[in-house]
Design a protein around this ligand. Structure first.
Ligand code: MG
Length: 498
């Protein structure tokens, strides 16, 4: 697939100079990523403080090299140049965004923030284990306080929350997120009420509680990946971590992880397929973008649209379940039918945990977090009231109240890591995933290999050259929440005989 004229994405002299200097930064982020991956997978527990120190030092070195006056003036120079190719403009856009961050945020603030969050994740783990939100409260107060400060450094037009969202999805605003949730809130509520009052509604599916064989489960995960990506093992691997994630060091070295529990095999399998969707973005990026700021995806909404596409439209589909049914039977050690697995993979029921939520209830978990984050950043809510507000919103949206804060406001790691403004990208990405599915379905493409090629053509090959909006325009699309809403309504009305 040729993406660029003469296979050369970069020709401009200034940009070529930038890319040459950028290789040092790329090398640092490469080793940081390997180190971060090891920390989550194989590092012995006591390695944590040395690793934290090393990673902290590397990020300081990274910043110093980035702010080298020659590099900075090259970025400014390229920014004023006309006639750049799309790829070149992408490089300048991404670097200018990072530069703005480094120029506006004092190094002392970044150092304090990194120290605070490394302590906070430890305290958060303890607070979650002990179900003690008071223990975490002073840290959370500081984290939100520093995020407010960060928003002031970064500057914004309407809401300080805009500046925080912009870190995860360039240009995304609170008003846009709000109008998206206003579009989907009622239809999802109506759908959920229909489902929970249907005769076919089950709070628990018996397959969720079926014990499974972890070795056979790992075999199935590997088999699925090998089927979807024959080069699995060569440029792509799977490991285990406490929470599934994807990381990519190069388009020729991408890693994903999954988790294993005693029961609920779908959790392990669907995590694998979800992360595969993220990995595929990096694996199928144009090789000409390797070692540049635009290699691989950087928009979190686009990235999540890829992972959710594979999870929801492939992993939860009848065809996929039928294909791997014999292996699933081995995993749980009994004769299960594909329709049993289908209703298990597509069960809808309000629950306390975001990561276990289904396609319908998931977005209420995000709305709740968005409303709390925005309220605190804009000064309307207080951190000490989070557990109470949390429970009230859970009651309002899902009709349940978590018994403990561990299953409530303490469940996610994001805040302890300092990330405020991240959550909305999950819902937006999921909805965008529905639009890719619509495009794939309309094209009549059926085989997974052909679907991969389509996604490569539409999205992956461009890496981060385009912003979300530009990428959609390029594909003659506009973000449209009604597409995924329609899919959810049709699918679940059918499943629940409504
Ligand atoms: Mg994801």
């Amino acid at each position: 697939m040729t993406t660029f004229k003469n296979n050369k994405p970069f020709r401009d002299k200034t940009v070529l100079e930038i890319l040459d200097k950028y290789k040092d930064l790329w090398a640092l982020s490469h080793v940081s990523a390997v180190s971060g991956w090891d920390l989550e997978t194989y590092m012995p527990e006591q390695g944590a403080s040395a690793r934290g120190m090393a990673l902290g030092r590397i990020s300081t070195i990274y910043q110093k090299i980035f702010l080298d006056s020659e590099f900075v003036s090259l970025i400014h120079k390229a920014g004023c140049q006309n006639g750049l190719t799309d790829a070149e403009r992408g490089v300048v856009r991404i670097l200018a965004h990072s530069l703005k961050f480094y120029e506006k945020v004092p190094p002392k603030f970044l150092e304090d923030f990194s120290l605070l969050t490394s302590q906070a994740t430890v305290v958060w783990r303890e607070a979650k284990a002990k179900n003690d939100s008071k223990l975490f409260e002073p840290y959370l107060t500081k984290i939100f306080g520093m995020n407010k400060e960060l928003a002031e450094y970064l500057t914004y037009k309407d809401s300080p929350y805009d500046a925080l969202l912009d870190q995860f999805e360039k240009g995304l605003t609170a008003a846009e997120v709000e109008s998206f949730f206003n579009e989907v809130r009622e239809p999802l509520k109506v759908l959920l009420t229909k489902i929970t009052s249907s005769k076919k509604y089950l709070k628990v599916n018996q397959l969720e509680n079926a014990k499974y064989d972890k070795v056979k489960m790992a075999d199935l995960n590997a088999k699925v990946l090998k089927y979807l990506w024959p080069e699995f093992g060569k440029n792509f691997r799977l490991d285990i971590s406490t929470h599934p994630f994807t990381t990519s060091f190069a388009s020729s070295d991408t890693r994903i992880t999954t988790w294993y529990h005693d029961t609920d095999f779908g959790r392990s399998l669907l995590a694998v397929i979800h992360e595969f969707g993220h990995a595929l973005y990096d694996l199928q990026c144009d090789k000409g973008l390797d070692m540049t700021p635009v290699g691989g995806g950087s928009s979190l909404v686009i990235h999540e649209s890829q992972s959710r596409f594979w999870e929801n439209f492939v992993g939860r589909s009848e065809g996929f379940i039928k294909k791997f049914l014999p292996d699933m039977q081995k995993v749980v050690g009994k004769n299960i039918t594909s329709s049993e697995v289908y209703s298990y993979f597509n069960k809808v029921a309000p629950g306390n945990l975001r990561v276990e939520a289904d396609e319908v209830t998931y977005h209420f978990h995000i709305m709740l977090r968005f409303e709390i984050e925005k309220g605190i950043i804009e000064g309307a809510l207080k951190v000490k009231d989070i557990p109470e507000i949390w429970n009230a919103k859970m009651k309002e949206y899902l009709g349940i109240i978590p018994k403990t804060d561990s299953e409530g406001a303490l469940q996610d790691i994001h805040w302890s890591m300092g990330s405020v403004g991240y959550f909305p990208t999950y819902s937006l990405g999921t909805f965008l995933g529905g639009q890719w599915e619509d495009k794939v379905a309309k094209s009549g493409t059926k085989s997974y290999k052909d679907i991969e090629k389509m996604l490569q053509k539409f999205v992956h090959r461009y890496g981060s050259i385009y912003t979300l909006e530009k990428l959609l325009t390029k594909n003659k699309m506009k973000f449209d929440s009604s597409v995924n809403l329609k899919y959810l309504e049709e699918k679940y009305l059918r499943i629940y005989n409504l």
